[in-house]
Design a protein around this ligand. Structure first.
Ligand SMILES: Cc1cc2nc3c(=O)[nH]c(=O)nc-3n(C[C@H](O)[C@H](O)[C@H](O)COP(=O)(O)O)c2cc1C
Length: 319
């Protein structure tokens, strides 16, 4: 029998880290396969979200984020990978690179994989230091993407308005609402979806940035309604499926960098999910590329973590 590209234990341990990536509605739409040629990351066809993601864009972004974790885990294990995007039916193929120790930055980001989480709680009014903001922008750039800071009251109000418009449009679609409910749950022990504790309080009409309504408890009136959050839009050059996978890698590198800086992060993809609003956002930013995600960063206490499915559920068995 020919040897696999990676030792099976190294592979399964790396997948154990990869699954802590963010994914749309915590749907974990990925599968991993280790062969003689390398590790393939594939979309799980049974885990698409037809109402909010009919083209599978968010699935590819989610898988890209998992691929970034996988690369980082292999690098830290001393068995780094090269990667290729865009093979038929395979979102990412990792192949062994020359063995070398991981650098300090890779170690630091790796340590954040299981500490990072989406934070839907109120953020403090304390502004994020300029040096930290610069690190986030640099992280996106180093991974081949961009992070466009939304600065100034007018730009912020305009982006907030696009989020609100998109959220209202989505929420008027019964299929979208039913899908969102199916992936939100009061149960704390579910291994997928966004449970009520992670969902945070229900969005309040006066909130500047309209959060997706995962069915959390009634809004807490003590919640801050910050008027000056740090908001950024993430993107990559190009809009092909492989570019969307790369956007996921950029996203995860930015999120792990934020966690390493002690920053909380929240995501808003409603304006990306409504094509006309996405186009308005692109024009507002003056970008050639379509935006892939709106992010908010700031300071906030750690909140609840979502769960993950067991590794055995996401790997193709050893053959
Ligand atoms: C492509 C993409 C889009 C997302 N959109 C939103 C969103 O609109 N609102 C939100 O609260 N979280 C959003 N998230 C965050 C996921 O809900 C979150 O990653 C998932 O529930 C897992 O939780 P964790 O990030 O805390 O590990 C998005 C994540 C991805 C990858």
């Amino acid at each position: 029998m020919n040897a696999l590209a990676w030792d099976w234990e190294v592979f399964t341990a790396a997948v154990g880290d990869a699954v802590w990536a963010p994914s749309i509605h915590n749907s974990q739409p990925w599968r991993f396969r280790c062969t003689q040629a390398g590790i393939d990351l594939l979309a799980d066809p049974g885990r698409g979200l037809p109402a909010c993601d009919p083209d599978g864009r968010a699935v590819r972004v989610s898988c890209g984020a998992a691929a970034y974790n996988l690369r980082l885990a292999l690098a830290v294990a001393g068995a780094p990978a090269e990667y290729a995007l865009g093979r038929a039916g395979v979102l990412v193929r990792l192949t062994p690179a020359a063995a070398r120790p991981a650098n300090p930055q890779q170690h630091r980001l790796y340590r954040e994989i299981r500490r990072r989480h989406t934070n839907r709680s109120p953020f403090s009014e304390v502004p994020v230091e300029a040096a930290a903001v610069a690190r986030l922008v640099e992280a996106a750039h180093d991974e081949g993407g961009w992070l466009h800071l939304v600065t100034g009251g007018k730009a912020l109000t305009d982006v907030a308005e696009l989020i609100r418009t998109a959220d209202a449009k989505l929420s008027a679609d019964p299929a979208y609402v039913a899908e969102l409910r199916a992936w939100s749950s009061a149960a704390d022990q579910r291994v997928e979806g966004v449970d009520r504790r992670a969902a945070g309080a229900a969005p309040h009409p006066a909130e500047l940035l309209t959060r997706r309504d995962f069915g959390g408890p009634a809004h807490d009136t003590t919640r801050e309604l910050s008027r000056e959050p740090l908001v950024a839009v993430l993107g990559v050059p190009g809009e092909a499926p492989a570019d969307e996978v790369r956007a996921g890698m950029v996203l995860q590198r930015v999120l792990l960098t934020a966690a390493d800086l002690g920053l909380a992060a929240a995501m808003f993809s409603q304006p990306i999910e409504v094509p006309a609003v996405r186009e308005r956002l692109r024009r507002l930013l003056g970008r050639a590329d379509a935006p892939q995600l709106v992010l908010r960063f700031g300071y906030a206490p750690t909140t609840c973590f979502t769960n993950r499915r067991p590794v055995a559920d996401v790997i193709e068995p050893e053959s």
